[in-house]
Design a protein around this ligand. Sequence first.
Ligand code: ADP
Ligand code: GLC
Length: 489
Amino acid sequence: MRILFAASEAYPLIKTGGLGDVAGSLPRALLELGQDVRLILPAYATVLGQLEAPRTLAEFSEAGQSVSVVEGQMPESPLKVWLVDAPGYFDRPGNPYLDSNGQPWADNAERFALFSRMVTRLALNQAGLDWAPDIVHCNDWQTGLAPALLDLATQRPATVFTIHNLAYQGLFPEDTFHKLGLPASWWSHHALEFHNQLSFIKGGLVFADRINTVSPTYAREIQTAEFGYGLEGLLRHRSAALSGILNGIDTREWDPASDPLLEHHYDLHDLSGKQANKQVLQSIMGLPDKPVTAVIGLISRLVSQKGIDLIIEAMPDLLKLPLQFSLLGSGDRDMETRLLKLAEQYPQKLAVRIGYDETLAHRIEAGADMYLMPSRFEPCGLNQMYSLHYGTVPIVRNVGGLADTVVDTSAKTLAESRANGFIIDSDDSSALIKAVKRALRRFRDKAQWQQLQLTGMQADFSWQHSARKYLSLYLQAQHDNRKSLPDPG
Ligand code: ADP
Ligand code: GLC
């Protein structure tokens, strides 16, 4: 199959969260299954320079703009990448979505509408390239207009839209809808209108042949009012076309036996390197060198989704327990300040780093004993899977992909060799404290703890299975496509 995979970020070129991990690894896994894949991204300032062998593939004029598409090679990978480059749109410093004050760029609607238009033109083979996709796979609201625009064509490739996070919908005022020159009939709740606003994500949810999200549990949750953000009715209406496929992890990047960002390697046959990584972590975080004290790690966007406010609330009580914290994150300014203040008050037990640091993220996964993820909702979550793979026992809420990957520790699940972590059973700080205490009690029993670690490390979260499921999804999308292209044969 020829697959055009469209996303607004992809590791290692550009990453702000899990979407970057997925868009960096799923296309490659599909390539390894023998598919013909192109990854298409906006040409952010830092991205162009990283591509190997870049060349201009096509030039367009779009909405009075000259736009070029540059083709290059993903660093150290056979994957072909297309970058959409339009002067003034993407070549600016900093984050793909936010300005230096942490506010969304004022022209995000124009930027990602242009990106989606270019995805559409390339998908319809309007660049005169000798390559037309069978499948256009779009991800999150930034690509949401593409399935809608493609549906205007009399014939088109099949479309798949993946929801990585329903909380981000790409909502803009009505006048943006008019400014973008979208078909007037789309100003309807049957199309892109959402409570008098323009919704980019509805382009994907209404028009894609197939919709999926990144875990089976989240696929069910978003059809309820609690997790659906007002879109649950539409998602229920489309439930026959909606499914959940758990993300994989890229074991080229995330494997304690070979991770190039670690000083000490280890695997499930010999965990001694993990202890050495713990010592490194305590040292770089400025925590006392205490080999037998449990270290709890966290790497996160600091937002309410991730339950960071619950951690802050619980912290004074948690810090009375025999443990240390190594936290890395950035996001909400108030949460950043409160965490830093707590770290100042309790320097022996709590170390906080604000910012984005890929190396430190790997060192926390390897050096911590436990990983805390009290998310209120979690479409999939990658860090609990990295943690399981690194023998770092996760303590998580039972939502979304966390519920699909973490099995709570009890006498029963231990006896069945299924236990691999701890579940926080409700959305409050006392439940969080209770789960941490349960984990600490088990931590004292070294043999039992090692059983939890090994159960996690033995699980296979590699992309192979999930990439195969995407192939089946693509076939279903082709089957459902009412406007399919004529069979070339
Ligand atoms: P989300 O996409 O909702 O942020 P995920 O668990 O799917 O959550 O993925 C988050 C990814 O971003 C992980 O690879 C994690 O290690 C990484 N990450 C998050 N914050 C930071 C940070 N401050 N520094 C380095 N990596 C980070
Ligand atoms: C989103 C979700 C996260 C998921 C990631 C990749 O950012 O918040 O749960 O793992 O996308 O799919």
